[in-house]
Design a protein around this ligand. Structure first.
Ligand SMILES: Cc1cc2nc3c(=O)[nH]c(=O)nc-3n(C[C@H](O)[C@H](O)[C@H](O)COP(=O)(O)O)c2cc1C
Length: 503
């Protein structure tokens, strides 16, 4: 056990916690002279304009589907004027601080409609730049340990992160937000994939250096985060490929003293995979996967089961509209959600099987979802006592752990952000890091944050469809959350999603 407590993932998490005593020192002024651009430029390559395919003017269905998928995943969906006279572009996926560390690439092999090679998605003008035109598919397969979905298709998305874009503001703690951001992006890819008849598979376990080389990345600046083969639902059967979404890395306990500002890069490299490692599962733990983790004696239990689902419209048209109009709410009015609304939000986020009839995947890919737990602080939900609850996704019920109106405490826990105080409910994703590292090595830190972001994106879209307000929160006083809300101390807080009535 002591080995795990010393692992780099545990060390990183401890080192990047916010605490009331140290937060002032972390609030440094931003280096505006070196503000990163959220757009990557290529000096060479053929440009494929994707805009003509958005208006359904073309009968080229393949291009229409790819164009819509990319727009709904990471395309520009709003333009804000800033006080400095320039424009800030917002995208289909939310991003901490609007810094957009993710880049999106497309890889194709021998497709008649999409010449083989490497493409970068240029969100700025909704185009693909074809910067490498040789076949790389077999290298891709090998770097992904021959994941079976790559055998079955000819097209894959790859997401990367340009670390400095987020680290510029959030320093070492940016690593958490980079993976949360990516999780939101993966949520869009999952759902926009379904709208466009693609089944995306998630590959989080790959040989990092080989993937970085394949995309010609400078791995000090940018790294591959996820590989996503897209299966064409029109062509392939709905077979579930047995490929693994998550593979373990080693667990590093032998690392030097790492100065502030270098921790993010060090940690990323420490979580890379070169060769396959064995995952550690005990039979006892596998049994536990069948049951919800926490069942407190004598606590009140309230069912969240619902027969009514959010309606995503004919052929999921309202889902596409919702993705394109989603915005993070900037202020709540303090009003309450109804209990039915909370049930719908949880049902869409945690019970995807209830959405199969509408054309969504009943079992979308996640990495290590069983290692994440959910707690909900209720400040204003009509018909539900104020307090903190554990959400048991298998039993589909809320199990109350504390009775109290936590509004003032939540304001403080969210670093004084009013969103925390005025929300009707706040969803907390947590994980037992020691257990997670024991199973998947240090790389599990990536998986946990991507899964939490992915759940967060489903919450976001459900909330927008219900005309509710929603915003992620990546900055919070880590340990205080456990103390105040009564969340067990072994649960590391990964992410918060606030929900409320928009002001
Ligand atoms: C991981 C993550 C953390 C975030 N943290 C905060 C936060 O602490 N406070 C806040 O007001 N907004 C937060 N946001 C919302 C972003 O500020 C927002 O996504 C960004 O400004 C882009 O706007 P949009 O979501 O409307 O497209 C967060 C979003 C993400 C994805």
């Amino acid at each position: 056990m002591s080995d795990i407590l010393d692992s780099i993932a545990y060390h990183y998490h401890e080192r990047t916690k916010y605490a009331p005593e140290t937060i002032a020192a972390k609030n440094k002024s931003l280096d505006w002279a070196n503000q990163p651009s959220p757009f990557k430029e290529y000096k060479i390559g053929n440009n494929f304009d994707l805009r003509p395919y958005l208006a359904n003017q073309s009968d080229n269905l393949q291009w229409i589907r790819l164009s819509k998928l990319l727009l709904c995943s990471y395309g520009l969906t709003a333009k804000l004027a800033t006080m400095y006279g320039d424009s800030l572009y917002l995208r289909a996926a939310p991003s901490a601080g609007g810094l957009y560390p993710a880049e999106v690439y497309v890889i194709s092999r021998n497709k008649s409609w999409l010449p083989s090679g490497l493409y970068n998605y240029q969100a700025s003008n909704h185009s693909l730049v074809h910067f490498w035109s040789s076949e790389v598919w077999s290298e891709l397969q090998s770097a992904c340990f021959n994941h079976p979905a790559l055998e079955e298709t000819d097209i894959a998305i790859v997401t990367t992160a340009v670390f400095y874009r987020s680290a510029w503001r959030y320093e070492d703690r940016a690593y958490r937000r980079i993976f949360l951001d990516t999780g939101h992006l993966l949520g869009n890819i999952e759902l926009a994939g379904a709208v466009n008849n693609y089944r995306p598979y998630l590959i989080g376990g790959f040989q990092d250096q080989k993937m970085n080389e394949l995309l010609y990345l400078d791995s000090q600046q940018e790294g591959v985060i996820c590989v996503i083969p897209l299966l064409d639902i029109n062509k392939s059967s709905s077979a579930n490929y047995e490929g693994k979404t998550a593979l373990p890395s080693t667990s590093h306990v032998d690392y030097p003293v790492i100065p502030d500002g270098e921790l993010l890069n060090y940690f990323h490299q420490a979580t890379e995979i070169d060769k396959l490692e064995a995952e550690v599962f005990s039979p006892q733990e596998e049994e536990n996967l069948l049951e919800d983790k926490y069942n407190f004696p004598f606590c009140s239990k309230i069912s969240t089961k619902t027969n009514k689902q959010i309606n995503w419209g004919k052929e999921l048209s309202s889902l596409e509209d919702t993705i394109l109009k989603r915005r993070s709410t900037r202020a709540y009015n303090g009003g309450s959600l109804t209990f039915d609304e909370l049930k719908y939000l949880l049902d869409f986020t945690y019970q995807p099987q209830n959405y199969q009839q509408q054309g969504l995947d009943k079992n979308p890919d996640y990495f290590t979802l069983d290692l994440l737990e959910t707690f909900i602080a209720v400040s204003g939900v009509t018909g539900l006592e104020e307090g903190c609850y554990y959400y048991a996704p298998k039993a589909q019920e809320l199990r109350q752990i504390r009775f109290k109106n936590f509004r003032q405490e939540l304001h403080f826990l969210c670093l004084g952000q009013n969103l925390g105080r005025d929300a009707g409910a706040i969803v907390f994703q947590t994980a037992d890091l020691n257990k997670a590292v024991a199973q998947y090595g240090d790389r599990v830190y990536r998986y946990l944050h991507m899964d939490a972001g992915h759940l967060g994106q489903r919450l976001n879209l459900a909330a927008i469809r219900l005309d509710l307000g929603v915003s992620g929160i990546g900055g919070f006083f880590d340990d205080r959350v456990n103390q105040v809300l009564g969340i067990p101390t072994e649960e590391a807080v990964i992410y918060l999603t606030t929900l409320g009535r928009p002001a």
